[in-house]
Write a protein that binds this ligand. Structure first.
Ligand code: ADP
Ligand code: ZN
Length: 517
């Protein structure tokens, strides 16, 4: 059997599970009847597609929407997965092809419109092909009182009984009556494993900080929580070793963990962490998958994670017991550069790279948020919420200012120098600092020379970092990291879109009062 986590990256190209997915995938793999209530956009298709590929045989997917089925089949085929759809929209040739694929045992996912269940040939055919699981999309269509009732959905219960296989039902409709009706009609009234827990983990405190002295920032954070079990995630193997050493010198029980250690050493760390109270493990992302320790009291990131999904998954290891837990994430311009270049230099096709940049942008948006972090995080996963009261920004609202003018000046400096320079040189131009390099290139004669004197150098550094975080500018790997403007910056440059930035992170980067607005 394939391991779900391997297929998650090789087939689907995702860096990690989204909230809730892993548990649902596991339940389906374990052969439990499952009801999953997930918000739209939450990623439910993966919850039946991934198990389908791990198991032998065919998974049937009942779905009421022809266009959606076609999209999913197309996407699966593009990823090299054999899938087919039987719908009223098929040409005869398409249907023939699906039957052939089924007969040859090639097809892993068979999408079916519910109407198919009414035709007498369907059940014998399905008996023949070796169905392992039934997945039901939009399961609320089985509810006669709901607005989407589909009479043919009532046949699904019979189908399940006839094939005698586990069924996983998915819906975004969470009200209790609909749920009860799904249980009655699809599961003969026997309670399935139900995943309704939203994405929120309200006991986990969220906080970010700009990285200025990461070693000290992590030591301070851990120092205030001495004796508690915690994880520090770092971007490189070398860093995990250095940081673990620093923590030991500060009197903590700490060890490192990364994929370069041999299996036995890694296992020792896992066992110690599981058994001991108050151990800190400094690790790469390799640590955590098999860890099932309910009382991890904090998770810190010494470097910015890869994506918003990765971030959620890593902080989600804290506080599984439901008691208060804390998280703390550091980020800086070097992290942004590193993560961008990791994506650009990877071997993924262009559209996947674009998606990865998008997931990184979402995380950077969270890092540089100006309102409640949890609201933003949950919103990304499709869940609406109010201010949480349990994040750093709810406790101390961000001080923001209209930075449109500063951002336009920075963009203009970038464009007037041909998108060939990094932040340091651009800031020299903006602040009117006539360095040798500035004079050599004649940049002291540019109209932008000295137009940004109202901000200090570090304040400009923070403006550039936040611009990177908003994906208004990107370092170009082929130009030694020279900053280039993105499409997203055009409306700002044209004066059509204002930009609000955080003053506090600028102030922190700046000795003395500097930011005039
Ligand atoms: P819905 O729950 O509305 O059916 P989908 O299954 O269509 O949602 O997924 C919504 C989006 O989330 C899709 O673009 C999908 O590619 C993306 N997605 C799903 N799972 C993950 C994951 N683990 N990591 C990143 N993106 C994901
Ligand atoms: Zn909040």
């Amino acid at each position: 059997m394939h391991h779900p986590r391997d297929l998650l990256s090789t087939i689907f190209g995702f860096p990690g599970f989204r909230p809730g997915q892993e548990e649902i995938v596991q339940a389906v793999l374990d052969g439990r009847d499952t009801l999953a209530i997930m918000p739209t956009g939450g990623g439910k298709s993966l919850c039946f597609q991934l198990p389908a590929l791990c198991l032998p045989g065919v998974t049937i997917v009942i779905c009421p929407l022809i266009a959606l089925m076609r999209d999913q089949v197309r996407a699966l085929k593009a990823a090299g997965v054999e899938a087919g759809a039987l719908t009223s929209g098929n040409t005869e040739a398409e249907t023939e092809e699906v039957f052939e694929g089924l007969d040859q045992g090639r097809i892993r996912l068979l999408y079916m419109a519910p109407e198919r269940l009414a035709s007498p040939g369907t059940l014998p055919m399905l008996r023949r092909v070796g169905v392992q699981r039934i997945a039901v999309d939009e399961a609320h269509c089985v509810s006669q009182w709901g607005h989407d009732f589909r009479p043919d959905y009532l046949r699904i219960g019979d189908l399940k009984r006839a094939l005698n296989v586990p069924l996983a039902a998915f819906t975004a409709t969470a009200d209790e009556e609909t749920q009860a009706e799904i249980v009655t009609r699809l599961f003969e009234g026997r309670e399935p494993a139900t995943f309704l827990r939203g994405f929120d983990r309200p006991n986990i405190h969220l906080a970010f900080q700009v990285k200025d002295n990461p070693r000290k920032q992590i030591l301070d954070f851990a120092g205030a929580r001495k004796g508690q079990s915690g994880i520090v995630y770092a971007a490189t193997r070398a860093k995990t070793e250095v940081m673990a050493q620093a923590l030991r010198e500060a009197g903590h029980a700490a060890c490192h963990y990364h994929g370069g250690m041999d299996a036995e050493d890694r296992r020792q760390v896992e066992i110690r962490f599981q058994r001991e109270d108050g151990l800190i493990v400094v690790a790469t992302v390799a640590f955590g998958m098999g860890i099932d320790k309910p009382d991890i009291r904090w998770v810190a990131h010494a470097d910015l994670p890869k994506s918003i999904e990765g971030y959620y998954q890593e902080i989600g290891r804290a506080g599984r017991d439901g008691a208060a837990a804390e998280t703390f994430t550091l980020y800086g311009p070097d992290d942004i550069r590193l993560r961008r270049s990791q994506i650009d230099e990877g071997i993924a096709p262009a559209d996947r790279k674009a998606a990865d940049h998008g997931r990184l942008n979402a995380l950077l948006g969270l890092a540089e948020a100006t309102g409640c972090r949890r609201q933003l995080l949950l919103g990304y996963f499709g869940e609406a919420s109010g201010n949480c009261g349990n994040c750093d920004l709810c406790e101390r609202p961000a001080d923001v200012f209209d930075a449109t003018d500063a951002v336009r000046k920075a963009l203009s400096a970038i464009l007037r120098t041909g998108e060939w320079f990094g932040a340091g040189h651009l800031i020299d131009i903006l602040t009117g600092n006539a360095t040798d390099k500035v004079k050599e290139r004649g940049h002291d004669g540019l109209p932008t020379f000295g137009v940004g004197r109202e901000l200090s150098k570090p304040a400009w550094g923070a403006v550039f970092r936040q611009m990177m975080g908003r994906d208004l500018i990107r370092p170009d790997g082929e130009r030694h990291g020279a900053l280039r403007m993105t499409e997203a910056a055009r409306p700002v440059l044209r004066g059509e879109q204002p930009v609000t930035l955080r003053r506090d992170s600028i102030a922190r980067a700046t000795p003395g009062p500097v930011v005039k607005t």
